[in-house]
Design a protein around this ligand. Structure first.
Ligand SMILES: [Zn+2]
Ligand SMILES: [Zn+2]
Length: 152
């Protein structure tokens, strides 16, 4: 599943905008900063997504698909990662932040909630630029070997 948070981050960096700047541009105010951090309560309305769609040049329906289904509880912190997934597709998956998500079904691995090398928390995916730990520079894709197996 794609995820709206990295999309917003990429768009902002390409246009040298802060979350507040993009908020002003779209007329969405502080909603941008909240969405990047997965604060989706209140859930983005169709009208808000339409306003965002015009500015970022992505259809509102596509933006909708990048959000969790309404009613799915989101875990805002810590930001979690399946490094094995990231090695295949360098993108944060929104389902890693679903409440009750124990691990990655595809790889049968538990999700990482901090850097296994130095213990630093992961930044919000909107700020994932280099794909490595911001403190010790261990690449996300290399963290897979530290992931524990899901025990069933
Ligand atoms: Zn995975
Ligand atoms: Zn680290």
């Amino acid at each position: 599943m794609r995820n709206a948070s990295p999309l917003l981050g990429r768009f902002r960096r390409a246009n040298e905008l802060t979350p507040t700047g993009l908020g002003k541009l779209t007329g969405l105010g502080c909603a941008i900063a909240r969405w990047e951090k997965f604060y989706l309560n209140p859930f983005p309305s169709g009208q808000q997504l339409a306003a965002l769609a015009v500015v970022v040049g992505v259809e509102a329906e596509r933006l909708q698909e990048m959000l969790p289904p309404p009613g799915v509880g989101m875990k805002l912190e810590p930001i979690r990662l399946c490094a094995a997934c990231y090695a295949q597709l360098p993108c944060h998956k929104i389902e890693w932040q679903f409440k009750g998500m124990q691990g990655c079904d595809r790889h049968g691995l538990r999700l990482l909630s901090e850097c296994p090398n130095c213990g630093a928390r992961f930044k919000v995916p909107a700020l994932w630029v280099n794909g490595w730990c911001q403190r010790c520079f261990l690449k996300f894709k290399e963290m897979a070997k530290y992931q524990k197996k899901l025990t069933q």
